[in-house]
Design a protein. Structure first.
Lengths: 110, 83
């Protein structure tokens, strides 16, 4: 039973990873592409962690995998923000919202 | 051949679209391909460690994840200002 659960969790994890990679490659626009980094580091790695825990229980390997999962989860959000900010600075010279841009929720204040 | 080895193979295949993304588009779009490849490589190292039945190799995956963060951040900073 646990073998089937591991196989299903791994297959789902890989499907999400493949979908995200293909999306990142073929979707147009930088900021649209940026979204595809998130499913891999959140859904895919969580399913991988679940597969490891189901297979090996709370062993040393699972605890290490838990650490890797935490690192990827924390790091990727920071990296996504940094690259989005870099793209905006490269394009506009600054990254804060401009009142002329009419961004919803920005309020027009700097 | 166990399920972890098959997963490793599939993750290696997932690097192909990342490679395509890295070889075309603007510099910022190429950086996204590189960042995605870093995450996929980390996952590959995890599955490959279990495929070889050597959980100690998970340290490599952890190192890879941390180094990808540093590399991506430095690239983003350089592309922001200088390149």
């Amino acid at each position: 039973m646990s073998e089937i659960a591991v196989a299903v969790l791994l297959a789902l994890s890989l499907a999400v990873a493949l979908f995200s990679c293909i999306g990142l490659t073929f979707v147009r626009g930088y900021f649209n592409r940026l979204h595809y980094l998130a499913p891999v580091t959140t859904v895919s790695t969580t399913l991988l962690l679940a597969a490891v825990v189901v297979k090996y229980g709370w062993s040393q390997a699972a605890i290490k995998m838990f650490l890797i999962w935490g690192v990827l989860l924390l790091i990727n959000s920071v990296l996504t923000h940094a690259t989005a900010r870099a793209a905006r600075v490269r394009k506009l010279g600054h990254w804060t919202p401009d009142p002329k841009e009419n961004i919803p929720g920005a309020g027009g204040s700097r | 051949m166990n399920e972890w080895l098959i997963a490793s193979g599939v993750l290696l295949l997932a690097l192909i679209p990342c490679g395509i993304a890295t070889f075309r588009g603007s510099p910022m779009e190429r950086l996204l391909g590189l960042e995605m490849a870093g995450v996929i490589e980390t996952m590959f190292l995890v599955t490959f460690a279990f495929a070889l039945n050597r959980p100690n190799f998970l340290d490599l995956a952890l190192a890879m994840g941390l180094l990808c963060f540093g590399g991506g951040l430095v690239f983003a900073r350089f592309l922001e200002r200088w390149l």
